[in-house]
Structure formats: structure tokens, C-alpha cells
Design a binder for this molecule. Structure first.
Ligand SMILES: [Zn+2]
Length: 98
């Protein structure tokens, strides 16, 4: 099998029914995967709105991670700041980016 995940640390422990039940249920609730951070469809990542082990449907919603505009990456790196992208994209530097 593929072993490309070695060395990556997972911030959250996903329950055993994550892929079989939780993700499909979240998909059924939000079939367009509307991103809870920017409000646009196409989110590829099922995000925990409140970080932790709360896997209840209310705490899970989709976000853009590997696809633009990468809302979840901004949330992760700027948690606590205003993480919501503005309606209009303004070309500005990201001072917190490493
Ligand atoms: Zn988004």
C-alpha cells in the first residue's frame, strides 16, 4: 500500500466512522461543499469549526484547503485573527506567512 503519510502529525484523531459515515453525512448536508469560511462552493476539506474532538455535525463544515482560495490554510495560520477573506481580493502581503 502507499506509505506517504509517515512523519505527518495529525492534529485531530479521526473516529473510525469518519470516512464511512461522518464525511458522507457532511456531504449530504452540504452537497456543494460550500465553504464555511468564504461562502463559496467547492470546499475539499471537512473542517472542525471548533478545533478538537467534537465530530458532531454542527461542528463540521467544508472549507477550501488544497484548492483556491485555501481558506482553511489561512484559518490554520491566522487563527484568532480575522480569517474571513474579504469579498474582493485585495493584493496585499501576508505578514504572518513563514
Ligand atoms: Zn473558502
Amino acid at each position: 500500500m502507499s506509505g506517504g503519510w509517515k512523519g505527518s502529525t495529525r492534529r485531530q484523531r479521526l473516529p473510525s466512522n469518519w470516512a464511512s459515515e461522518i464525511r458522507p453525512a457532511a456531504h449530504a448536508r452540504n452537497p456543494e461543499h460550500i465553504c464555511h469560511l468564504c461562502g463559496q462552493p467547492g470546499g475539499d476539506y471537512l473542517d472542525h469549526k471548533n478545533p478538537g474532538d467534537d465530530h458532531s455535525p454542527d461542528n463540521l463544515d467544508w472549507a477550501h484547503d488544497r484548492v483556491p482560495p485555501h481558506c482553511h490554510r489561512f484559518k490554520s495560520s491566522r487563527e484568532g485573527l480575522a480569517a474571513r477573506p474579504k469579498r474582493n481580493r485585495t493584493p496585499e502581503e501576508h505578514p504572518g506567512l513563514l
